[in-house]
Design a binder for this molecule. Structure first.
Ligand SMILES: [Zn+2]
Length: 270
């Protein structure tokens, strides 16, 4: 029964602002999560003013019908993410979607409650319109799940729910934005680099390919070089480059120093 204690770092690494609510790492309704298969998107139906007026309610709930916590994560009007519970949260309720046990979404879905009055026309702030799909993309990327694993609560429970109401472009628009983040915008994490590296390494069978693979990797991570977290990403990239240089060099008879120099020359030109 895992606790999703990686959430704060993953959101921060994506360049998002995060507030860690006291005790979130060990908070959960009767324990941790099961295998996570997606993210469920909510709106709070909270007060019309304030940055995140629903936080207290999400933490205290309304027992016995709604025992807390009522969300794993919260999203404030200014786009800040709040980590609320790394363990199980009560947010999905009765409902169903393909690939999930009926009426049992909570163990398999990260629940995000975004501050909104729930007005049909949508009262989302520009900061939320940017931050909500960005953060969901970061979570899905970490989990190795695609954009279509972001679900609206109204898809889980269409007869009783309408959240997230009034999202620009609807839930398919939300997923399109998530997809764009997953495909293009996000800086590569160390884990991503190693995964790609591993994949490319299997295709290598001659020194020319080794070199082009190295150039390819450097190019793929250009966005990361230019991002806010650039120093950390560069450190990860260099470690990965050296690891591959040594492994491929030994296996293919390529001098690892030549490979490192070729990569370094390429990097210096970018
Ligand atoms: Zn909901």
């Amino acid at each position: 029964m895992p606790y999703l204690t990686w959430m704060a770092d993953v959101l921060r690494d994506a360049g998002l602002r995060v507030v860690e609510v006291d005790g979130w790492q060990s908070r959960g309704y009767r324990g941790g999560m099961s295998d996570v298969r997606g993210v469920l998107l909510h709106h709070t139906v909270g007060a019309p003013t304030g940055n995140f007026p629903s936080l207290g309610f999400l933490l205290s709930g309304a027992p016995p019908e709604k025992p807390p916590p009522l969300a794993n994560l919260g999203l404030a009007r200014d786009g800040t993410w709040y980590t609320i519970a790394a363990g199980l949260a009560n947010h999905a309720g009765r409902g169903r979607l393909p690939g999930f046990p009926v009426d049992r979404g909570n163990p398999h879905l990260i629940g995000v409650e975004a501050e909104s009055t729930g007005a049909d026309h949508g009262d989302w702030t520009q900061a939320q319109v940017e931050s909500y799909p960005h953060g969901v993309a970061a979570l899905l990327r970490h989990l190795g799940l695609p954009a279509d694993r972001a679900f609206a609560h109204k898809e889980w429970a269409p007869t009783r729910k309408k959240d997230p109401a009034g999202w620009p472009g609807g839930i398919n628009g939300f997923r399109d934005t998530v997809r764009a983040h997953l495909e293009d915008d996000m800086p590569l994490s160390d884990q991503d680099i190693f995964r790609i590296w591993d994949f490319k390494a299997h295709e290598l069978n001659n020194p020319a390919t080794v070199h082009s693979a190295a150039v390819w990797l450097v190019g793929a991570n250009m966005a990361a070089w230019q991002s806010a977290g650039a120093q950390k990403e560069i450190a990860g990239l260099r470690a990965a480059v050296e690891k591959l240089a040594e492994a491929v060099g030994a296996a293919q008879g390529v001098n690892p120093d030549d490979l490192k120099k070729a990569i370094s020359d390429t990097a210096d030109r970018i």
